[in-house]
Write a protein that binds this ligand. Structure first.
Ligand code: DOR
Ligand code: ZN
Length: 346
């Protein structure tokens, strides 16, 4: 039987939501992951350190008994964010990063940043104190095609920002294009990228061929096959600048299966099985630990986890539920469209 033991992984981009949804999904992350960077796009968003502290308390209260899990909190950047509050959050150890959502780019982003100029005082302070900026890297201008929004963001927002503030550490989250991969590779310092589980597995055909499939719709939207191949090459390369951020983003089925469905794919429960499959296909199983457990902590300046997990390849496909039941309703689980044999040995 094939098996592989790696340090316990972390998820460097996760949506846990709140209330009944939080309670329904958190166990799927805490089962396999030691830590996760928690996205702040709640309603209302997590904008101050006091908000983040209260949200952290709700997450810890929802954690299944006995699970050890550390939520790494983020703040939702607005045009009114107070630099002193951000600095206090970092100094106290509560805040790991600040998240930039261009206003209107995705779920609950309307309170995000319209005019980056207005956020410059906070960004300058973050550069000074070494607090990373996590970016949702898509422009929102209606004239820009949705499949080009990442590339245009790099050219018109990210690159100018990095030239202006070279000391700012930037995580380009959920990179979906070869353009993004090439841009990260070309940077000399202070730029890294997270890659999701699903973008390693699906291209845009999954959403659109043979009928419209809302459970494969997320933002940034999956792109052409050549982009997926670039993501797979980067993720499995061992390159320190690329690490796992699942962007697991639960929505209840009625909000996905309707005339204007929400963006988001739920992968917390089967990510490690999916990743082992992908890395094996790419002859890179020996680099799974770098992607899932080593490169992220190195980037965020945190210790690696001491605990280990073992993945075993079963003879029969591993069965994951098609849907997870939460107090908020049913959430469809990501279906990679091939059988999964790798299983976390518990
Ligand atoms: O697909 C996505 N869902 N992309 C995001 O950026 C946000 C997320 C969500 O919160 O549902
Ligand atoms: Zn996200």
């Amino acid at each position: 039987m094939q098996s592989i033991t790696i340090r316990r992984p972390d998820d460097w981009h996760l949506h846990l939501r709140d209330g009944a949804m939080l309670e329904g999904v958190i166990g799927d992350t805490s089962r396999d992951f030691a830590r996760a960077i928690i996205m702040p796009n709640l309603v209302p968003p997590v904008v101050t350190t006091a908000d983040a502290e209260a949200y952290r308390g709700r997450i810890m209260a929802a954690l299944p008994k006995g699970d050890k899990f550390q939520p790494l909190m983020t703040l939702y950047l607005t045009e009114h964010t107070n630099p002193d509050d951000v600095e206090a959050g970092k100094t106290s150890g509560l805040i790991t990063a600040v998240k930039l959502y261009p206003a209107g780019a995705t779920t609950n982003s309307h309170g995000g940043v319209r005019d980056i100029e207005k956020a410059m005082p906070v960004l300058e302070r973050m550069a000074k104190i070494g607090l990373p900026l996590c970016v949702h890297g898509e422009v929102t201008a209606p004239e820009v095609d949705i499949f080009d929004r990442e590339a245009v963001f790099i050219e018109t927002v990210l690159d100018p920002l990095r030239k202006r503030l070279p000391e700012l550490k930037v995580t380009m989250e959920h990179v979906t294009t070869k353009d993004g991969i090439d841009y990260i590779k070309s940077a000399k310092s202070n730029l890294a990228g997270s890659i999701t589980t699903h973008h390693l597995i699906i291209n845009r055909n999954a959403i659109l061929v043979g009928g419209i499939r809302p459970h494969y719709y997320c933002l940034p939207v999956a792109k052409r096959e050549n982009h997926r191949l670039a993501l797979r090459a980067a993720a499995t390369s061992g390159d320190l600048r690329f690490f796992l951020g699942t962007d697991s983003a639960p929505h209840v089925d009625p909000l996905k299966e309707c005339a204007c469905g929400c963006a988001g794919i739920y992968t917390s429960i089967n990510t490690m099985s999916c990743l082992a499959h992908v890395f094996e296909q790419e002859n890179g199983l020996d680099r799974l630990e770098a992607f899932a457990s080593l490169n992220g902590p190195a980037w965020y300046g945190l210790p690696v986890n001491e605990e280990r997990i073992t993945l075993v390849k079963r003879d029969e496909p591993v069965r994951f539920p098609a849907k997870v039941e939460t107090g908020a309703g049913l959430v469809t689980v990501f279906d990679p469209m091939f059988p999964l044999y790798w299983d976390v040995d518990r």
